[in-house]
Every structure is written in structure tokens, then in C-alpha cells.
Design a protein around this ligand. Structure first.
Ligand code: ADP
Ligand code: MG
Length: 334
């Protein structure tokens, strides 16, 4: 869907050349979220802005939906790509409704269509359409403004979205909430999304793919599991941090652990009644591990949502999966 080939950007600043993006090759599939991550100044925003031609390429090509972007009219291109900038970028002199309708208005939607789209987007974002219609951005909290920024980018229903640290400036509780909402929406929307972040936990949580950058170069591109289980170099290893085995656990569920145990021929006793610590089949393994560590037996029953038992897991099962010794797991978690 979005293909980067040899993409390079060299800025000139006071006669000095700055290579912000250096021969990047990668491919983002349709309907996927690709998180671009790396330290400040590594070229994430530049790469994003090259996709909608706000920054011209110095070298290389970018294709969106099989068409090279330089062969398209830049205005047309931008209308088919939703863009959420760092710090939401709402127009301060426009009401919330006017902000959301900027692109629909430009492309000539009729008033009724814009009205119902506004209604729909506000409901999607969990904000009361009537309450906010005539308000101005400064009257809203940071979290609400971010949501309006996302709604505005989605207004004309573009197949591609570029999101530059949309939840970056928010406090952790609100960020957590918006991340969940965003994933829930994406399940239905299936948009192709480039999402910039500097937070590895956010990247692991949201990304179907993660692209890690350092000084303009792509260090590694892959699924969160690829990157956590096989960091390609020292930089990636450092960037994801020392607790990568634990981070990886949050990607997997109890069900997968049981399945893996069965494949390895481990017998599974299914308890008749559940009168001990229990975890659900769809509990993530990071949560399950903390339950096990708190359990006096080091075990927990696995149940489904009807509380029917499916098996038992223990701390030592985690060793199979992670290769990390159980005593080390304890020290990592604590
Ligand atoms: P990130 O979003 O990862 O923080 P940026 O893409 O904003 O990184 O910046 C990458 C590099 O390019 C930095 O060294 C930055 O100073 C430089 N840079 C960004 N924009 C410009 C510009 N308009 N002119 C000159 N240098 C720039
Ligand atoms: Mg940036």
C-alpha cells in the first residue's frame, strides 16, 4: 500500500547539509498500522511529511496504492491522506464543527452530509456532538483536543492516515484510554496508518509493524514480536530496553501458552473445580505472570469466560516460552 524505496531527505541549514532520512526501504501493507519509532531528531516527522508531499524528497520514491506520489497532484494527494500533526493543530479561530469539516468543505460536500458526518465522528470519539458544536478548541481539555484532531483527519474517510505522536502530550491514563479506543475503531476502519511514537510500549501495543530509526536510517522493520525476540543490533536492543522478554509477554495470551505446552507434549490436568487463583484464556501473559508470582503454589487455573476450567499454568511454563529462568523472571518483574 505504501512503499518506500531509497527514500532520502537532505535539509540545507545555513549552508550545512543535514541528512534527516537516509535511504529508507520499507513496505506498509493495506489495513496495517506501522509505528515509526526512534529518538527525537531521527527523522520520523520528516518521513511522514514526505508521504503527503509536505516535504519534497531528495532521493528515492514513495508509492501510495501503487502510484508514485510525484505523479499525483499534491492537493489531491493530501485530500486522500488524513494527517494528525503533533499537538493536534486545530484552528483556534474555528469552532469544533468547523475544524472537523475543513476537508469535507474543501471537497464540496453538501451541508447535510457534513452535518451527519460531524455527528458520526463525535459519537465515534465519545464526545457529545451538541455540547461541542459551537465551542472553540481552547475550551477543551488536551485529551478532547487530540480526539478532535483525529476526528478531523478522518472526516473525509481517507484510506491512509499519517499520525504524528497524536497521544504524545497526554497523561498516561488518558493516553491508555485513547489507545484502546483507537484500536477498537481500527478493527472496523482497517485504514493504512503510519503512526509516529517515541514510546516503545505504545509501539508494541498499537503496531502491526514497527519501524525503528536512528539518525535517519531504518534499523529494523518487523512485527513487535520479531523485534522483541530478535533485535537486530545493539541500538535496537538498547532502545527496547532490558525487559524485552517481559514486554513480549504482553503480546501473547494464556491460550497460546497452553497451546504451546500441548505441542511440546506436556500433559494438562484439567481441574474439576476452580478454587484457586485463575486466569482467563485471553489474559495476556504479562498479567498472568504477575498472578502466578503472587500465587502461593506458583500455579493458576485457566478458565474461559463461563468459568469452565481449561488447564493449569505455572511459572515454569514461562520458561518454555521465554527461555528465561523462572527466578530471573521474578527479578525482572519486581
Ligand atoms: P523527529 O520527528 O524524529 O524528531 P525530524 O524529522 O523532525 O525528527 O528531524 C530530523 C532531523 O532533521 C533533525 O536533525 C532536525 O533538526 C532536522 N530538520 C527537520 N526539519 C528541518 C528543516 N525544515 N530544516 C532543516 N533541518 C530540519
Ligand atoms: Mg517529530
Amino acid at each position: 500500500m505504501i512503499t518506500f524505496k531509497g527514500v532520502t531527505k537532505v535539509y540545507e541549514r545555513q549552508g550545512e547539509k543535514v541528512k534527516a532520512v537516509d535511504h529508507v526501504n520499507m513496505k506498509v501493507e493495506e489495513g496495517e498500522i506501522c509505528v515509526l519509532i526512534g529518538p527525537s531528531g531521527c527523522g520520523k516527522t520528516t518521513l511522514l511529511r514526505m508521504v503527503n508531499r509536505l516535504v519534497p524528497l531528495s532521493e528515492g520514491t514513495i508509492e501510495v496504492g501503487g502510484t508514485e506520489i510525484n505523479s499525483l497532484d499534491p492537493i489531491q494527494l493530501r485530500r486522500s491522506i488524513g494527517y494528525v500533526i503533533q499537538q493536534n493543530g486545530l484552528f483556534p479561530n474555528m469552532t469544533i464543527e468547523e475544524n472537523i469539516n475543513v476537508v469535507p468543505k474543501m471537497i464540496g460536500w453538501d451541508v447535510q452530509k457534513m452535518k451527519s458526518r460531524y455527528q458520526e465522528l463525535m459519537e465515534m470519539m465519545g464526545l457529545d456532538p451538541e455540547e461541542y458544536r459551537k465551542r472553540f478548541p481552547w475550551e477543551l481539555s488536551g485529551g478532547q483536543q487530540q480526539r478532535i484532531g483525529v476526528a478531523r483527519a478522518m472526516a473525509a474517510d481517507p484510506p491512509v492516515m499519517l499520525m504524528d505522536e497524536p497521544f504524545g502530550a497526554l497523561d498516561p491514563v488518558i493516553r491508555d484510554h485513547l489507545q484502546n479506543e483507537f484500536l477498537r475503531l481500527q478493527k472496523h476502519m482497517k485504514k493504512t496508518i503510519l503512526f509516529v511514537s517515541h514510546d516503545i510500549d505504545e509501539a508494541i501495543r498499537l503496531g502491526d509493524k514497527i519501524a525503528i530509526f536512528n539518525k535517519g536510517s531504518l534499523m529494523q522493520f518487523g512485527t513487535p514480536d520479531d523485534i522483541l525476540s530478535n533485535p537486530r543490533n545493539e541500538f535496537v536492543r538498547d532502545f527496547i530496553g532490558t525487559d524485552r522478554e517481559i514486554k513480549r509477554l504482553s503480546l501473547l495470551t494464556v491460550k497460546e501458552l497452553l497451546h504451546k505446552g500441548k505441542k511440546l507434549g506436556r500433559s494438562q490436568t484439567i481441574p474439576h473445580e476452580v478454587n484457586r487463583e485463575s486466569v482467563k484464556l485471553d489474559t495476556d501473559l504479562r498479567t498472568a505472570l504477575s498472578v502466578l508470582l503472587a500465587s502461593p503454589t506458583g500455579e493458576a487455573a485457566v478458565v474461559d469466560h463461563h468459568n469452565h476450567p481449561h488447564g493449569i499454568i505455572s511459572i515454569s511454563d514461562f520458561q518454555i516460552l521465554t527461555g528465561v529462568h523462572p527466578t530471573k523472571l521474578q527479578t525482572i518483574v519486581r
